[in-house]
Design a protein around this ligand. Structure first.
Ligand code: PGA
Length: 263
């Protein structure tokens, strides 16, 4: 795992957008794992800008989102399908048929979860997985005590997550769907590369637990410590409870891989 600290939310998102753009440029048929949530909006703005200004080509790219609420139709503006159409798919030249999210309206949810795993497998696996970390420590909707080898499945949302996401449901926790389909922790760990973005003071404690704490199912993001190629990008606020910041900064300033991203 590497940790990169950027001065603010905007530059952290710019770096993550730059990493994804570089991967897509090198491999136009990239299989890209996508995440939703407030933090990712700036990354999608960046990717849309790369498309607009540098002609970044999404025409062969295939995408798989981490999760979807159960019971929300794709055209419900609060569904993650609608979020993705708004934030990214409608702003770049991606073929909608190449974009995948679990179907939260499927009549047979277990069959839908198995189908989603097969689709990922048939595409050759995920090349780069974009991730956020929720206040519960989750990646996807893998809430505390999720099995660290879990696959795509139904999951009940943790109270912290329901509270966190209530802003999208009239600030009313009672309106937040209680269940979702999510890629499992094991599914996420199989991505060839993971790129995590976390910003803001409210995430400082959970970032410290995920990055420097013990690996535990209580904080599913901590399992990313086992991933052979995981980059965690944080802003100063989210980095404020980390212990090893001098070392992380030194790596970013000195590793040749990051030279083009230091600007
Ligand atoms: P957020 O969500 O970007 O809205 O904070 C992140 C997450 O829950 O994974």
């Amino acid at each position: 795992m590497e940790v990169i600290i950027r001065p603010d939310e905007q530059s952290a998102a710019r770096l993550v957008g730059g990493i994804i753009a570089k991967e897509l440029h090198a491999r136009p048929q990239l299989v890209l794992g996508l995440a939703t949530g407030g933090t990712m909006e700036k990354v999608y703005d960046e990717l849309a800008r790369h498309h607009r200004e540098e002609k970044l080509d999404f025409s062969l790219c295939r995408t798989f989102n981490l999760d979807e609420y159960i019971g929300l139709a794709p055209d419900d503006p609060r569904s993650y399908r609608a979020y993705m159409n708004r934030q990214l798919f409608g702003r770049v030249n991606i073929d909608p048929r190449n974009t995948h999210l679990p179907d939260g309206m499927a009549r047979d949810l277990s069959a839908e979860c198995r189908h989603y795993e097969h689709l990922i497998h048939d595409c050759g696996g995920i090349d780069v997985q974009l991730l956020g970390i929720g206040r519960s420590g989750h990646i996807g909707f893998n809430e505390p005590l999720s099995a660290l080898r879990s696959r795509t499945r139904e999951k009940a949302l943790a109270p912290t997550t329901i509270e966190q996401n209530a802003i999208y449901f009239d600030n009313d926790p009672a309106k937040v769907p209680k269940r979702a389909i999510t890629m499992g922790v094991g599914t996420i760990l199989e991505a060839h590369r993971c790129v995590v973005l976390v910003t803001g003071k409210a995430k400082a404690d959970i970032v410290a637990k995920a990055v420097e704490g013990p690996i535990t199912a209580m904080v599913t993001a901590s399992v990313l410590q086992l991933h052979p190629r995981c980059t965690v990008v944080v802003d100063e606020a989210a980095a404020s409870k980390l212990q090893g910041t001098d070392y992380y900064r030194w790596i970013f300033e000195n590793e040749p891989e990051w030279a083009e991203f230091r600007r």
